[in-house]
Write a protein that binds this ligand. Structure first.
Ligand code: ATP
Length: 231
């Protein structure tokens, strides 16, 4: 579905990504892992066009999107939920929810019931200001907003960060449903090992700007964790 081949990128002369190769298979959930500062967020940003690559190729369903602007990549089917979630605190939950889709002229009627099934709390809180939501609720809202744009690949940066365990479970359940029922491809940067082991079909581990381990989730053994993820 989504493929990165030999992606290199740098900031002010320092090389941040050094030949990243990664594939998100069709309808599967891929976890991208690694210690702090190894280039995970930069990889996601390079995929969605927010971090300019020096060389390499990014394809979506076989189509080369390497040189497309971020909005065109979104139109081709990429939706990105960044680490900060980007919820507007003074807009209502409903306004936040509809923002992305409406800005791109995508109709939302008929799609909201699906969102409310996945994240019931959003329906309940529609009139509230976004800033009144807890971190976990904001994360659910940000994912819901991304889903309304009908992505082919949903890209999430650390959705469990700073979120209480019961909401992590709800987010995990929603991602499982999206994969199994909607056949959505999902790419997740995640530090929370148990979450990855429970959800992922495939994993990649980065170190110093490149992929150092990868495989099916059964290959994410304690030995691999010890070698590449333990601080
Ligand atoms: N705007 C920037 N200016 C300078 N260096 C940057 C910038 N953004 C990222 N870096 C550097 O690039 C490297 C990779 O950062 P990145 O955020 O992609 O890593 P990460 O694996 O996502 O880390 P974390 O888990 O801490 O979010 C780090 O060494 C970081 O300091």
């Amino acid at each position: 579905m989504l493929t990165l081949s030999s992606i290199h990128a740098s900031i002010g002369g320092s090389r941040i990504l050094r030949g990243v190769d990664l594939t998100v298979p069709d309808g599967q959930l891929c976890c991208l892992m690694g210690r702090n500062g190894v280039g995970k967020t930069s990889t996601l940003r390079s995929i969605v066009g927010l971090f300019k690559t020096d060389s390499g190729k990014i394809t979506l369903e076989g189509k080369d999107i390497t040189r497309l602007a971020p909005e065109d990549r979104a139109r081709q089917g990429l939706a990105y939920v960044p680490q900060g979630r980007d919820i507007f605190p003074f807009l209502t939950v409903e306004e936040n929810l509809l923002l992305g889709a409406t800005a791109r002229g995508i109709k939302t009627s008929g799609k909201l019931d699906r969102i409310f099934t996945l994240f019931p709390i959003i329906k309940e809180f529609l009139p509230r200001k976004g800033g009144m939501l807890s971190g976990g609720q904001q994360q659910q809202l940000a994912i819901a907003r991304a889903l309304l744009t009908e992505p082919k690949v949903l890209i999430l940066d650390e959705p469990t960060e700073g979120i209480q365990p019961n909401v992590i479970d709800q987010i995990g359940d929603a991602l499982k449903i999206l994969r199994s029922e909607d056949k959505m491809s999902i790419l997740l940067v995640e530090q929370y090992l148990d979450f990855c082991r429970e959800l992922a079909d495939v994993f990649y581990i980065m170190d110093r700007g490149t992929v150092v381990a990868e495989g099916g989730v059964k290959d994410l053994t304690d030995a691999v964790v010890k070698e590449f993820l333990t601080v």
